[in-house]
Structures are given as C-alpha cells and as structure tokens.
Write a protein that binds this ligand. Structure first.
Ligand SMILES: [Zn+2]
Length: 299
C-alpha cells in the first residue's frame, strides 16, 4: 500500500465539524496534519447518527471542543468556537481550507475570501443519498461559476444518509492529502450517488459573468454580506450579533417566561439556541418572524 508522506508541516482549516467535518478532521488528524476547526454549533442528540466524533456524553458541548479533545492525541488541533462570517473569517497561515458547512451563504464567503487571498479550498456537500466534492484552486473557476445560488437550502427536508456524509468526507480527505503532497493542477467537481454507486466527474469552467472571478467579492465585502442567513436545517435562520453573550445570565433573566436549558456555551429557549460566541439559531417561517423572535429575548 503506498504511503503518503507530507514533508513540511501543513495546516488545514476545516469549516464545520458536523457529519462531513467529523470524517475529514478524523482522517487528516490521524495523518498528522495540523488542523484549525471552526464551528458555531453544540452537539445535539439528533447529530449522533452521522457525526462520528460525538456520543451521548457530549450533548450540549461545543463540537469543536469535543473534536479537539478526541483528535489532539494525533495532531496539533486549534478549536475556534465561532460563527464564520465576514468579521471572523481569517485563514492566515493556512495551506488549504475545507468547507464542511451546510449552507451556501458560508460557502460563498469562503469562495470570496479564498479567491481574494489566493488560497485553495475544497467544497463538500451532502443531501439525501447524493454527495458533491470540488477542488477549487485560486487561478481556476470558482464555486459561484458552477453552483446555483437559488439552491442548497433544503438538505434536512430531504434528510441525509450517514454513509453519504462519511463517503463525501473520505473523498475530500483524500483530495486534501493528495493536494498537500503533490500539489494539484486543476479544479474539478465530483458528484456521487450512494444508492447506485454512480460517480460523475464534471468538468467545470470559469463563467464569464462570475462576479467573484472578476474580483468583485459580494459576500466578503459587498451587499451580500448578511447578518441573517437561512441555514440548511428545516426552517432555521442564523443571526450574527458580533458580540459575545453571557448565556447563563440570559437564561437567568428569561427563565420566568420560558423553559430554558443553558450552560456557559449555549442557551436553548424552545425553538431558539443562543450561542455564547454571539450567534442565534431560530426556527421561523421567514426572516421577519426570525427577527421578531430575536426581539422577544432582547439581546
Ligand atoms: Zn467564478
């Protein structure tokens, strides 16, 4: 079996340590690659079918801290418990970025940043029995060249098969290791279907009207940089406040009105989760209902 050897220490940033991110982080850490793990979320029981670094003992804890604890025996791991947005994004000193998020708004932000600062990145996505992986190099076409900006917000409505998630993660980790060892000369897109074992290699080309490829970074610097986004989770919106929140104090203040579960990392109020790093996840029919719910808790 050929051994992949990485001569110089390399650093990979993994955005999102959910289903795909757990697999990618686990494989790369065990290959002794230095990792920066970025995730805003806490472990929930509903994650455990596919997020293989976590178990029942971890419910309620930030995913990045649990992942770091599990993987630091293999490699150097930095854990960032934060929402990745245009004010927090910073991949200084990173050799490769891997997107393991569940929403296109964050992918477009990563896309803008990596194009602007000439960083290679890998896109991953999984929905139902389907998966997608793309290597995106700074000089080649970008994610906006081949993605549909109207799609990508329905994954949990369709559900996702755990085998699809781990397969996507494995392919992304293989691509990452090959890139770190050999470099890579072209961008590519792979689509997989785990129900019929179909693998499609799709040639992707620069779109002549792509704003990002023309140096217009709408998601990083322009009017598409938003403080509220719909995430790939049934009817949920994520709002960013850009200030830390004392979740225990908040829980104390609101417990006379609603049932609250809280620790120093997050507070649950019905269908709302407030994170101590300053983001709020809320179930709502639309943006204005999401904002009204935010007003209710007064932060
Ligand atoms: Zn482009």
């Amino acid at each position: 079996m050929p051994e992949i050897r990485i001569e110089k220490p390399k650093t990979v940033a993994i955005v999102g340590v959910g289903g795909t991110g757990c697999t990618v982080a686990s494989l790369l850490a065990r290959s002794h690659i230095k990792l920066i793990l970025i995730d805003r979320d806490i472990v929930e029981e509903s994650n455990l079918d596919r997020q293989i670094l976590y178990d029942m003992n971890n419910v309620g804890k930030p995913k990045v801290f649990v992942a770091k604890e599990r993987l630091e025996q293999f490699s150097d791991i930095e854990a960032r418990y934060e929402d990745l947005n245009r004010t927090t994004i910073d991949f200084l000193g990173v050799d490769l970025v891997i997107d393991c998020t569940d929403n296109n708004a964050t992918r477009y932000l990563i896309n803008d940043y990596c194009k602007k600062y000439k960083l290679p990145w890998i896109y991953t996505g999984a929905i139902s029995i389907l998966g997608a992986i793309a290597m995106i190099l700074p000089e080649s076409c970008c994610f906006r060249c081949f993605s549909d900006e109207k799609q990508g917000e329905t994954c949990l409505e369709a559900g996702v098969m755990n085998a699809a998630v781990t397969l996507v993660g494995s392919i992304a980790a293989a691509k990452a290791m090959q890139f770190l060892v050999n470099g890579n000369t072209q961008s590519d897109l792979i689509r997989i279907n785990v129900a019929n074992n179909e693998v499609m290699h799709i040639t992707v080309n620069k779109r002549s009207d792509c704003p990002c490829c023309r140096g217009v970074y709408e998601y990083l610097e322009g009017d598409r940089a938003r403080s509220i986004v719909k995430v790939c989770d049934k009817g949920k919106y994520l709002m960013t406040l850009n200030k830390p929140i004392n979740t225990l104090e908040l829980a104390q203040r609101l417990k006379k009105y609603v049932t609250v579960q809280a620790n120093e990392h997050a507070a649950h109020f019905g269908d709302m989760i407030v994170f101590s790093h300053g983001a709020v996840l809320v179930t709502a029919k639309n943006e204005s209902e999401a904002k009204k719910k935010m007003d209710f808790i007064g932060i």
